[in-house]
Design a protein around this ligand. Structure first.
Ligand code: SF4
Length: 368
């Protein structure tokens, strides 16, 4: 085992790409987690030095009604369910105003696929928010939503994205990727678009000049080979387009889902997955420790296992909290910066596109 890890170490030290088999080996429990973390930290340091990024952002989930009702989802419901909600145009604009007032540079917008809402509704949300708050960067609609809008409107994915860009869209979030392998997808999100569709939406977005992120939801019915397969598919697309800004491993929270009998992945699994992701995705610049999903403590420790980003202050997150995430509803900038400096690193506020932000209270500008 030492010899094989030695070979991997040599490859990492000389910036050579790891194979699928090597990725699988890094997941074996007998391979020392801290040795894997140390290798990931070497790559992280090479890419980001002592910088750890965070942003000031606000979430907007316009509706929790969704036609797909994925088996993994605790957030969605049907029309008529007592939990169902649909935000009005006024409420959506109020959220934008709140984001600006709290100094956010980004509004993160995702939600369900509402059966009574058409392309114009999704387009209108972007258009109205951009018109009212032109400096707020709108990171909106997962690949699942974009694909559905193409289907609904009879437009191509490219045409849908072009109209959204014209309306003010800045980038795409990385949700909906879950685990790409069809054997897993069949069990956790049987009605959602498949991997090829998800990747095609991001490929098209990248070709249009949009940047995006990529997620992986782990810790349910998949095993390490599915996780490595997922990472390799992302690595392949990143080789082609270079459009992904960051990889975001998301720990599955089973509460209120059809998998409520499962346990949430362990902290050790969280750290190993962060480290393996950092090592396999050699063409990704950033690895995000999303504290909402990992918990604040584990996210902080993950900064020593390959992560260089803590995501943001995050106000109004619903999706992971509905599934039992125990993390706070939001973190203050002081707390985020404190978590980073306690870890011996240098906090840097960034915008969606990882441009450093210079700030004076709620006034900000980006360094190009
Ligand atoms: S995970 Fe997304 S697509 Fe699936 S049911 Fe939930 S909101 Fe809908």
């Amino acid at each position: 085992m030492h010899t094989i890890l030695g070979t991997i170490r040599q490859k990492v030290e000389t910036s050579r790409r790891l194979s699928a088999d090597e990725g699988l080996l890094l997941y074996r429990p007998e391979v020392d987690l801290h040795a894997v973390g140390e290798l990931a930290d070497m790559v992280r340091r090479r890419k980001s030095g002592d910088a750890v990024y965070y942003n000031i952002n606000t979430h907007l989930n316009p509706t929790n009604v969704c036609i797909y009702r994925c088996e993994l989802c605790a957030y969605s419901c049907d029309v008529g369910d007592p939990r169902a909600y649909l935000m009005s145009d006024r409420e959506i604009l109020d959220r934008g105003a709140e984001a600006v007032e709290n100094g956010s540079t980004e509004l993160h917008i995702v939600g369900g696929i509402h059966p009574e809402k058409d392309f114009d509704w999704y387009l209108g949300i972007i258009g109205r928010l951009h018109k009212a708050f032109p400096r707020l960067l709108l990171k909106a609609w997962t690949a699942v939503e974009i694909a559905r809008l193409a289907e609904l409107s009879g437009r191509s994915i490219r045409a849908v994205l072009e109209e959204l860009i014209d309306a003010g869209l800045t980038s795409l979030p990385g949700g909906g990727a879950e685990i790409f392998h069809p054997d897993v997808r069949r069990r956790i999100c049987s009605r959602k678009i498949d991997a090829d569709h998800w990747l095609e939406v991001h490929r098209t977005a990248h070709r249009l000049g949009l940047r995006s992120t990529a997620t992986m939801l782990y810790g349910h019915v998949e095993d390490p080979k599915h996780r490595i397969d997922h990472m390799l598919r992302l690595r392949e697309l990143q080789d082609e387009t270079g459009g992904f800004l960051a990889f975001i491993p998301l720990a599955f929270h089973p509460e209120n889902t059809r998998f409520s009998h499962l346990r949430r992945p362990s902290g050790l699994d969280d750290l190993r997955t962060m480290a393996v992701g950092r090592l396999m995705l050699d063409n990704f610049d950033h690895m995000k420790a999303y504290w909402i999903s990992l918990g604040v403590g584990t996210a902080q420790v993950a900064l020593a296992y390959g992560a260089d980003d803590l995501d943001g202050t995050v106000r109004h997150e619903l999706i992971h909290h509905e599934a039992g995430a125990q993390s706070p509803e939001a973190l203050s900038v002081d707390r985020l910066r404190g978590l980073i400096t306690e870890a011996g690193r240098r906090p840097i506020e960034r915008d969606t596109l990882y441009r450093p932000v210079r700030r004076n209270g709620n006034e900000w500008e980006v360094e190009e």
